[in-house]
Design a protein around this ligand. Structure first.
Ligand SMILES: NC(=O)c1ccc[n+]([C@@H]2O[C@H](COP(=O)([O-])OP(=O)(O)OC[C@H]3O[C@@H](n4cnc5c(N)ncnc54)[C@H](O)[C@@H]3O)[C@@H](O)[C@H]2O)c1
Length: 238
């Protein structure tokens, strides 16, 4: 579970724990927040371990996966949740902001999945869920880098679903709308109200809305579902 120290990732980690999973809590910063997630997992009788590391860095990814498997055993479920934004109008977008957003959101999922998939292939079992976004499906002014990364995740999801299906590994994505986390906290209230107003269910989402959908796709209830992109957006992307 990447980027699990806060926000949607934290909520997914706790939901998977509540459903019986032991959880590797990866994040790139704030070890105390990740430790707090592990404490909550332990309080519900699950095992958890904090593994710090940057998902966009190949050597970090190698050690994340090695440390995780040494602590909790083979990885059955991978949730590629780590992500960030660096918004700005396209013509003024700095190359560094393009690279950072593509590296964390898209290359991070590539590196993590490659590191985990080999073991899943040997065991002929696994489930991978990627965090895309409504903006990966529809685009969004001011988010060329982020929407390109999230659209890239949709292509990666569908391709890996085809490539890994014969080994009984399912690969799906969720495409959340606007969810109330620290990532969207900086948006002015006016913008939030406009987004909520344009959402058929007339509100922003909560991290738990996304966690429920990820848990469904990750688990055996969805055992005949692969290659889908499930919107969790209150109808915003219709
Ligand atoms: N909040 C939304 O409205 C929304 C909508 C659609 C999709 N998403 C996606 O959901 C995911 C979680 O978003 P959130 O709102 O909880 O964001 P958030 O910023 O609250 O949390 C993201 C977490 O990822 C971690 N992270 C960042 N870079 C990392 C790296 N290189 N390696 C490991 N961890 C890293 C951060 O430290 C943070 O804990 C992201 O992929 C985001 O793009 C969010």
């Amino acid at each position: 579970m990447t980027g699990a120290g806060r926000g949607i990732g934290r909520e997914i980690a706790l939901k998977l724990g509540a459903l019986g999973a032991d959880v590797v809590v990866n994040d790139v910063a704030r070890p105390e927040a990740a430790e707090a997630v592990v404490a909550e997992l332990e309080a519900m009788g699950r095992r958890g371990v904090v593994v710090l590391g940057d998902v966009s860095n190949e050597s970090d990814v190698k050690s994340i996966v090695e440390t995780a498997e040494a602590a909790l055993g083979p990885i059955d479920i991978l949730v590629n949740n780590a992500g960030l934004t660096r918004d700005g109008l396209f013509v003024r977008m700095e190359e560094a902001d393009w690279d950072l957003v593509l590296n964390v959101n898209l290359k991070g999922a590539f590196l993590m999945t490659r590191a985990v998939a080999r073991g899943m292939m040997k065991r002929r079992s696994g489930s991978i869920v990627n965090l895309s976004s409504v903006v990966g499906r529809r685009g969004n002014a001011g988010q060329a880098n982020y929407s390109a990364a999230k659209a890239g995740l949709i292509g990666l999801t569908k391709t890996l679903a085809r490539e890994l299906a014969s080994r009984n590994i399912r690969v799906n994505a969720v495409a959340p709308g606007y969810i109330q986390t620290e990532m969207t906290a900086a948006l002015p209230d006016e913008v939030k109200n406009t987004i909520a107003g344009g959402t058929p269910l007339n509100r922003l989402g909560d991290p738990s809305d996304v966690a429920e959908a990820v848990a469904f796709l990750a688990g055996d209830t969805a055992k005949f579902i692969t290659g889908i992109v499930l919107p969790v957006d209150g109808g915003l992307g219709i």
